[in-house]
Design a protein around this ligand. Structure first.
Ligand SMILES: Nc1nc2c(ncn2[C@@H]2O[C@H](COP(=O)(O)OP(=O)(O)OP(=O)(O)O)[C@@H](O)[C@H]2O)c(=O)[nH]1
Ligand SMILES: [Mg+2]
Length: 155
């Protein structure tokens, strides 16, 4: 287990698959159900070099109870959007602005989920890491954390 610990916020619009992504990483199971997160849930993800504490934040404003109150001590941020929601793509900037306003310039990465639902490869955002929480292997789903690890360790 890694001794270095970092806090990561996982944010993005409701329904993009934040909770499903973390559950698949933790259990290997893909969850078809959609139960919106209330407030925040914390999940550990260990890369071997860093133990990330991932704060899975509610995407629904009305369930996001005082969300900036748990931003303190955050080292990095993942903004997730998905291939099915133009709204989630447009909202990236809004999410990023809130993070930068509250936390300054911390490492932020973009993850585009639900890649299984577009027929062939299509680049939606140049900077994003593309995943499918439904079909991807553990190793593929760890890529966002390996990228954050590199950024945080300045590798
Ligand atoms: N086809 C497909 N469906 C997905 C994928 N990832 C998640 N889903 C589905 O998307 C729905 C929403 O998933 P959640 O993980 O609960 O969404 P969330 O981003 O946590 O939503 P909030 O908690 O409200 O912010 C669920 O029905 C999942 O089964 C994916 O990669 N492919
Ligand atoms: Mg959720």
């Amino acid at each position: 287990m890694s001794s270095l610990q970092k806090k990561v916020l996982l944010i993005g619009n409701t329904g993009v698959g934040k909770t499903t992504f973390l559950k698949k990483l933790r259990t290997g199971e893909f969850d078809l159900k959609f139960i919106s997160t209330y407030g925040v849930e914390v999940h550990p993800v260990d890369t071997g070099k860093i133990k990330f504490y991932v704060w899975d934040c509610a995407g629904q404003e009305r369930l996001a109870v005082n969300k900036t109150s748990f931003y303190e001590g955050t080292d990095a941020c993942i903004i997730m959007f998905d291939t099915q929601s133009t709204e989630s793509l447009i909202s990236i900037e809004k999410h990023a602005n809130l993070i930068i306003k509250s936390l300054g310039l911390i490492p932020i990465i973009l993850v585009c989920n639900k890649n299984d639902l577009i027929p062939s490869y299509k680049e939606i955002h140049k900077e994003a890491i593309y995943i499918s929480s439904k079909n991807d292997t553990f190793r593929e789903l760890m890529l966002p954390f390996l990228k954050l690890e590199k950024m945080l360790l300045n590798e």
